[in-house]
Each structure stands twice: as structure tokens, then as C-alpha cells.
Design a protein around this ligand. Structure first.
Ligand SMILES: *[C@@H]1O[C@H](CO)[C@@H](O)[C@H](O)[C@H]1NC(C)=O
Ligand SMILES: *[C@@H]1O[C@H](CO)[C@@H](O)[C@H](O)[C@H]1NC(C)=O
Ligand SMILES: *[C@@H]1O[C@H](CO)[C@@H](O)[C@H](O)[C@H]1NC(C)=O
Ligand SMILES: *[C@@H]1O[C@H](CO)[C@@H](O)[C@H](O)[C@H]1NC(C)=O
Ligand SMILES: *[C@@H]1O[C@H](CO)[C@@H](O)[C@H](O)[C@H]1NC(C)=O
Length: 313
């Protein structure tokens, strides 16, 4: 299951035509084009460009790549998305192509591909987009080009000093969670802070995902369940994946959504060398500069997945 979290570049294979296109109303497709100016990175002067792509000529002498319509690249709000997009912009411009960089209004993936208004998306977190398989495998409006150079890995994490504090507990492997004594080193359910934004919970009213900032599986609702608490950023990260993992493996874990406060809370625990369990992901500066251990989960169990291969369900 965990290896589904690779970071992927997704591209729409699109026949670039020289024909002038009608102006696009980007807003209709959840895209912001900054008026008509776009969000392109600053022009990058390329000296000694001897690769030759920009010199390829059409029979009439015009330049082949330059004569195509601009290639549209989408950026999301975070830094690595922009870095990847701007590198793609410069490489394409090096080849003589024109580019237009647009930005998403809302973090929804798909409309721009189904409507053919975007050509390249350089960073996609598959866990964030439940319709990813539909887009790439069934409707095939996008083609997965593979990793952009690094793979994202999400998981349940804790500070590695706990391995030294509790060497007998096998904290690296998920089954320790089923042992009430071992898991009790972590804060019990309901012990963490309750975080609001403008007086309202971060997430609410979505049973199965989050109610009043928490996910509490049915097996954690009895008084003697002895469930522990996992801190989580936003329920939109790895949307519903951990809730279903908790349900499926009957993990005695509840989730406390605290938004960006999660980082401060984990940092505070680190200072005091306290136990803490949280959802985290790499690559991030936070994970790179702290010593955390990710809990390992079983990989595919052939018995449980047999019905997906024999066509019965
Ligand atoms: C948006 O467009 C304006 C010109 O209309 C430009 O000056 C500005 O740099 C653009 N913003 C970004 C973030 O690219
Ligand atoms: C991380 O923590 C573990 C357990 O304390 C320790 O063995 C390891 O050396 C640490 N690694 C780094 C890079 O500090
Ligand atoms: C939401 O949770 C907080 C903290 O536990 C609690 O104080 C509040 O009453 C809850 N709100 C509702 C509507 O249950
Ligand atoms: C695989 O799943 C089956 C059915 O849930 C279970 O009986 C079996 O113990 C599992 N195997 C492993 C190695 O976890
Ligand atoms: C697979 O499907 C059969 C028939 O619907 C069902 O009896 C069985 O429990 C399923 N197996 C698993 C592991 O879900």
C-alpha cells in the first residue's frame, strides 16, 4: 500500500497544432492564468544553445517548435511544484517552444485534463487524488510519465529516540500497536490540542473522514478501547487513506487533525524527548532535519486481494 505514494509527473499528450486557438476562459477549468499574463518564470537567457531543437525548420523555413501553440504547464502553490514546473518551462524554451504557466484555483485535479487546457503537470501526489486511476488508466486523458526525480513517501512516524527508550517493543513494525502495553507509551486518544481556525474546527461533519477535528473508528468508541492518538495535518493529505488503514487493520488509533500546528507540537515533543505519533511525509526539510522512524506496514496480502484479480469484485 505504501508504495502508492510515489510522486509522479503527469502529462497530457496533446497534438500541438499551429492553428490559432480561441481564447480560453481559464477560470472555467479551475485555472488562474493571472489575467492574460500567466505565471511564467522569468526569462532565462540560455547561452551557447547548440542542441539544435530551436533551429529545426518547417519546409517553409519557419522554426518548427516556435511555430507550435504554447505548451501549458500548471503549478500548485507549494515550492517543489513550482521548481519542477519552471525547470520544465526552461527546458521547453531551450527547445524553442513557447510556454504558458497557469495556477490552480482549488486543489482539484482533473477538469484541466478532461477539457484539454493543460499539457503538463510536473508534480502529482497520487494519494491526494482519488480519481487518479480513472484519469490515467480508464479515461486516459492523462499519461503518467513516472517520477520527476524523487519519490514521496507518507506514513505514520515517531521520533527515533523511542527505539532506544523501548528497545524491546519493536516499534518499527505495526503489530506493536496491537499490544496495549507497548502502544500506551503514546498519548491516549483525545489528549492532544483542539485547534480551530476562525473559531471553527479544521474539519467537521464528514463521518468516515473527520468529525469535529477527529477521526474515531467504531472500535475506539468503547471506554476500555485504550486507543492512542495520531496527529495529522489536514484531512486532504493522503485523503482517507489512514482512516481506511485504521478501519481495515482495526488499529487502535484515533486521528487528531491540527493543521500546520502539527509541526510545532511535534517539535515540542522532540525538545522534551517525549513519545509522539504523527502522519508525516518525505521529502520535507522537517523530516530531513529530524530523526524519525516510519512504522512499517504489511505489503499486499495475496489472500485478501484475490478477489481483485479474479474479476469477482
Ligand atoms: C501577473 O501579471 C502581471 C502583469 O499583468 C505581472 O506584472 C505579474 O508579475 C504577474 N504575476 C506573477 C506572479 O507572475
Ligand atoms: C537516529 O536514531 C537512532 C535511534 O536513536 C540512532 O540509532 C541513529 O543513529 C540516529 N540517526 C541519526 C542520523 O542521527
Ligand atoms: C468539539 O470538540 C471540542 C474538543 O473536544 C469540544 O470542546 C466541543 O464541544 C466539540 N464540539 C462539538 C459540536 O461536539
Ligand atoms: C492475509 O490475510 C488473510 C485473510 O485476512 C489472513 O488470514 C492471513 O493471516 C494474512 N497473511 C499475512 C501474512 O498477514
Ligand atoms: C472473495 O469473494 C468471495 C465471493 O464473493 C467471498 O466469499 C470471499 O469472502 C471474498 N474473499 C475476500 C478475501 O474478501
Amino acid at each position: 500500500m505504501m508504495n502508492k505514494y510515489s510522486l509522479l509527473a503527469l502529462s497530457l499528450v496533446f497534438t500541438l497544432t499551429a492553428a490559432a486557438l480561441a481564447p480560453i476562459n481559464w477560470n472555467d477549468y479551475n485555472m488562474d492564468a493571472n489575467g492574460t499574463s500567466f505565471y511564467n518564470g522569468q526569462a532565462c537567457e540560455i547561452k551557447n544553445n547548440v542542441f539544435g531543437w530551436d533551429r529545426l525548420q518547417n519546409p517553409d523555413g519557419s522554426y518548427f517548435t516556435t511555430s507550435k501553440r504554447p505548451i501549458v504547464i500548471v503549478i500548485d502553490s507549494w515550492k517543489s511544484s513550482k521548481v519542477n514546473a519552471y525547470i520544465a518551462q526552461y527546458l521547453l524554451e531551450l527547445m524553442g517552444y513557447r510556454t504558458q504557466v497557469v495556477s490552480r484555483f482549488q486543489y482539484i485535479f482533473g477538469p484541466e485534463l478532461y477539457s484539454n487546457v493543460v499539457d503538463l503537470e510536473m508534480e502529482i501526489w497520487t494519494g491526494d487524488f482519488t480519481n487518479y486511476a480513472k484519469i490515467t488508466q480508464y479515461d486516459r486523458v492523462g499519461v503518467d510519465l513516472g517520477a520527476t526525480g524523487y519519490n514521496g513517501v507518507a506514513g505514520m512516524m515517531f521520533p527515533s529516540y523511542l527505539l532506544d527508550q523501548y528497545p524491546e517493543y519493536s516499534l518499527e513494525f505495526w503489530k506493536f500497536l496491537l499490544n496495549p502495553k507497548f502502544r500506551s507509551i503514546f498519548p491516549p486518544s483525545g489528549s492532544g490540542p483542539y485547534v480551530t481556525v476562525d473559531g471553527a474546527p479544521i474539519c467537521d461533519n464528514t463521518p468516515g473522514t473527520c468529525v469535529n477535528n477527529t477521526y474515531i473508528p467504531s472500535h475506539c468508541r468503547s471506554k476500555d478501547a485504550n486507543c492512542i492518538e495520531m496527529l495529522y495535518w489536514d484531512p486532504g493529505y493522503s485523503n482517507n487513506v489512514y482512516q481506511r488503514l485504521i478501519d481495515g487493520l482495526k488499529l487502535p488509533i484515533t486521528i487528531n487533525f491540527v493543521g500546520d500546528a502539527a509541526k510545532d507540537i511535534v517539535n515540542e515533543a522532540l525538545k522534551q524527548k517525549k513519545p509522539i505519533l504523527f502522519y508525516g511525509w518525505t521529502p520535507t526539510v522537517f523530516l530531513a532535519t529530524n530523526n524519525f522512524t516510519r512504522i512499517l506496514f504489511p505489503s499486499t496480502n495475496a489472500t485478501e486481494y484475490v478477489n481483485f484479480t479474479n474479476g469477482e469484485s
